[in-house]
Design a protein around this ligand. Structure first.
Ligand code: PLP
Length: 391
């Protein structure tokens, strides 16, 4: 058997490995509080589940158009107008099985040997993984705790070369919860005018998960880059639908056709019933999203205050998503050692910052998609464990 060399370039997402280890320990009778995996702990709202069930009962059992049923793409276009204030053509929308697919398609479309693709570090691990798989050179740009894990547009722009084809931006961000302010996006877009060959993929999967009063700053409203912006969003986080597998990309016209061709070659279309559930999610009542965000806002305060009381921990208040990313350098443990020992010895699942890039050393990620009782108990366990443990 001769496996293609590019297979050795493919990375992984540690959250799934930690989840498997946590489940294994639970099966052996150990109590584990899972603050590792990044998915809402809420159920999909009942009207969305009902729409999926009805679609099956109504006989939606066949293939659909590869880019998604018209009702779904129209619902996405209406949502973009309502929330981003931008009128788009439903023909630009390509619905795919999860946000990850838009990401992979963008990288496969632009990545090849000799090309450079830029992405945040620490950042979603699939960025670096698929960039390498595509044959392109990965060019990470650093995010710092000192500015709330936003980025410096100047620093990002300085890394652009004539070989840069794609720039990935993610706000609110995984794993840090960092939010890029509009003023920084303004600077980035102004600078990009000097680099017309650079396509931007803006991963806005956490767009509805921003705390405080400032609205989410999206890259979609910027006209000067509209013809080279790929917007990634989806249902997974906003509507607690991670297992349904549904996401959307808004692509510039010619790229939408290419993304659709990739869909036809890879998965044909998204499961038909899931698409009808997606229509109900976007067109139906939004109170479940508001309720979920209220719960997340409370948990954010609980976890950040509790983590800041732990010896050796220091945690900035994240502006969005449902992650806290404390600096743990003061504990003396490396990120990976702390992740492993907290899971095995304290019964708390977290993810080492190094799973998200080199800049993640000295940090671990907590997903606070769990009850406040469990969050308090998890931090208590960590505190007790730190008292008796040495690196
Ligand atoms: N983008 C980011 C930044 C994420 O954190 C995730 C999931 O964790 C995704 C995209 C992918 O979402 P989906 O489950 O819809 O593929």
């Amino acid at each position: 058997m001769q496996i293609a060399a590019r297979m050795s370039m493919l990375g992984t997402e540690s959250a799934f490995e930690v989840l498997a280890r946590a489940k294994g320990l639970e099966a052996k009778g150990q109590s584990i509080i899972n603050l590792g995996i990044g998915q809402p702990d809420f159920a999909t709202p009942p009207h969305i589940v009902e729409a999926g069930r009805k679609a099956l009962a109504d006989g939606h059992h066949g293939y659909t158009p590869a880019n998604g049923i018209p009702e779904l793409r129209e619902a996405v276009a209406a949502d973009m107008e309502l929330r981003r204030g931008v009128k788009i053509d439903p023909a630009q929308v390509v619905c795919v099985p999860g946000g990850k697919v838009t990401m992979a398609f963008a990288m496969l479309m632009f990545g090849e040997a000799g090309a450079e693709i830029m992405y945040p570090d620490p950042g979603f691990p699939i960025y670096a993984s698929v960039v390498k798989f595509s044959g392109a050179t990965p060019v990470p740009y650093p995010l710092y705790e000192t500015n709330g894990f936003s980025f410096s547009a100047e620093e990002v722009l300085a890394k652009i070369t004539p070989r840069t084809r794609l720039l990935i931006v993610n706000s609110p961000a995984n794993p840090t919860g960092g939010v890029v302010p509009k003023s920084e996006l303004d600077k980035l877009v102004a600078g990009l005018e000097k680099h017309p060959q650079v396509v931007v993929m803006s991963d806005e999967i956490y767009a509805r998960m921003v705390y405080g009063n400032a609205p989410h700053a999206s890259l979609l409203p910027y006209e000067s880059i509209r013809d080279r912006l790929i917007l990634l969003d989806g249902w997974s986080k906003t509507y607690a639908m991670t297992g349904w597998r549904l996401g959307w990309g808004v692509w510039p016209g010619p790229l939408a056709e290419m993304a659709t061709r990739l869909s036809i070659n890879v998965h044909s279309c998204v499961n038909a019933a899931t698409q009808w559930a997606g229509v109900a999610a976007l067109n139906g009542p939004q109170d479940s999203v508001d309720g979920m965000m209220k719960a997340f806002a409370e948990r954010r305060t609980v976890i950040v205050e509790a983590l800041n009381r732990l010896p050796g921990f220091r945690c900035v208040m994240p502006g969005g998503a449902f992650y806290a990313f404390p600096n743990i350098a003061g504990t003396g443990f490396t990120a990976r050692a702390l992740q492993d020992r907290l899971l095995d010895e304290a019964g708390v699942a977290t993810i080492a910052g190094t799973s998200f890039g080199e800049q993640g050393e000295g940090y671990i990620r907590f997903s606070y998609a769990n009850s406040t009782d469990n969050i308090r108990e998890a931090v208590k366990r960590i505190g007790a464990w730190l008292e008796k443990s040495r690196p």
